[in-house]
Design a protein around this ligand. Structure first.
Ligand code: MRU
Length: 368
């Protein structure tokens, strides 16, 4: 997507410097900082501290992490260590394990000398595939948006879409998942307005989604996380679209903490609640998301402190709780499939159910 007229992806290989480069999302929205990754440990650190985040981008960074590791040593032990280091960074987004498995399985049968160039080729291909997948999600989702907008009003009123966390281009290699349909529909001239949940504690909505939407010129307002239910009760939300970090084979959706409460409010008020996801986010081995998806618990300091820009332009962390308070920081929750109106994938829109997913991914029938 474009920032100040220049096209960016969130991750790319810089041939001249022979490094992988990322947009450092811990610096946004205050500064656009590009950071170089030179080793597998750099890639793991970037995922762990959330310089890169969002399920698809975590997967893409892990693939590049393996490629960086293979440059320094490509014996079986080197590959195993790199997989272990990257796999240990964040537990919930399934795209991490998927990317590691996809790349490592292709490297293992190769001669040691062939592994480094092939790993780089695979990482680049995985990134290109992510972009194509998200563009297709955008096309399918924008048809849904257009249908809802036409049904809503002949008076050219904007369609009000609520989203949670950041599932935009910053969460992927490009385009985004939940925001791809919004960008497509906006570019096609459908009047849209986005309610952006701030998404405590890391504020991915307030910091990242708002920054992206502003850069693309999509009208939006940031709201506190608890405002969505009120807006839905008053008919001010026409559609909810979120992303997901892992979707179970039965259609249960794991996403940023607070997504479940939005789904409950949407269900109670009759607002359609859709989830946008690429195929690699489906965990076909799990049939009960609530029971089987591991939920990351992060540092309590993310709850007790917030980061922001002071009046003098300095970016600082400030404490919002009494000193010494204890806090818990659950990063994700699971929305049961029964609360999800549909899943928007690169292959089309389906019911949030095993049968719905299998109709789009028939090759998974009988495979776990
Ligand atoms: O903790 P984060 O910022 O990595 O969480 C990201 C989300 O929850 C996104 O909504 C999800 O990864 C879907 S991104 C396309």
């Amino acid at each position: 997507m474009k920032v100040n007229g220049r096209h960016y992806r969130t991750i790319w290989y810089d041939d001249a410097a022979a490094v992988v480069e990322i947009i450092d999302q811990t610096e946004l929205p205050h500064a656009l900082v590009i950071r170089a990754l030179r080793s597998v440990d750099d890639a793991a650190e970037a995922i762990r501290v959330m310089r890169v985040r969002g399920a698809p981008l975590i997967g893409a960074t892990a693939a590049w992490g393996l490629a960086l590791a293979m440059r320094r040593g490509a014996q079986d032990d080197d590959l195993d260590r790199a997989v272990d280091v990257l796999a240990a960074t964040r537990p919930t987004a399934i795209n991490l394990q998927w990317a590691l498995r996809t790349v490592a399985d292709r490297l293992r049968p190769l001669a040691v000398d062939d592994r480094a160039p092939e790993a780089a080729r695979l990482a680049a291909a995985l990134c290109d595939e992510d972009v194509a997948i998200n563009a297709a999600i955008g096309a399918h989702g924008s048809e849904l948006i257009e249908r809802l907008w036409r049904a809503k009003s002949a008076a050219q009123e904007p369609l009000h879409v609520l989203t949670h966390c950041n599932a935009g281009w910053l969460a992927t290699v490009d385009w985004g998942t939940a925001l791809a349909p919004i960008y497509r529909a906006h570019d096609a001239g459908i009047p849209l307005h986005v309610w952006v949940d701030e998404t405590r504690p890391r504020n991915q909505g307030a910091a990242l989604t708002a920054w992206e939407l502003a850069a693309h010129g999509v009208p939006h307002d940031v709201i506190v996380d608890n405002a969505g239910g009120h807006l839905m009760q008053h008919g001010r939300v026409d559609l909810v679209i979120t992303g997901t970090d892992r979707t179970a084979a039965n259609g249960d959706v794991c996403n940023k903490i607070g997504t479940y409460l939005k789904a409950l409010a949407a269900h109670d008020t009759g607002v359609p609640f859709y989830v946008a996801l690429p195929g690699p986010t489906i965990d076909w081995s799990i049939d009960d998301g609530l029971r089987d998806i591991p939920i990351e618990e992060r540092d309590a300091a993310e709850v007790t402190h917030v980061s922001g820009m002071l009046a003098d332009g300095e970016v600082a962390d400030v404490r919002v709780t009494p000193a010494g308070v204890t806090a818990r920081n659950f990063a994700f929750d699971v929305t049961p499939a029964r609360l999800v109106s549909g899943l928007i994938t690169e292959r089309g829109v389906c019911a949030a159910s095993r049968e719905g997913l299998l109709a789009l991914y028939p090759e998974r029938r009988g495979v776990s």
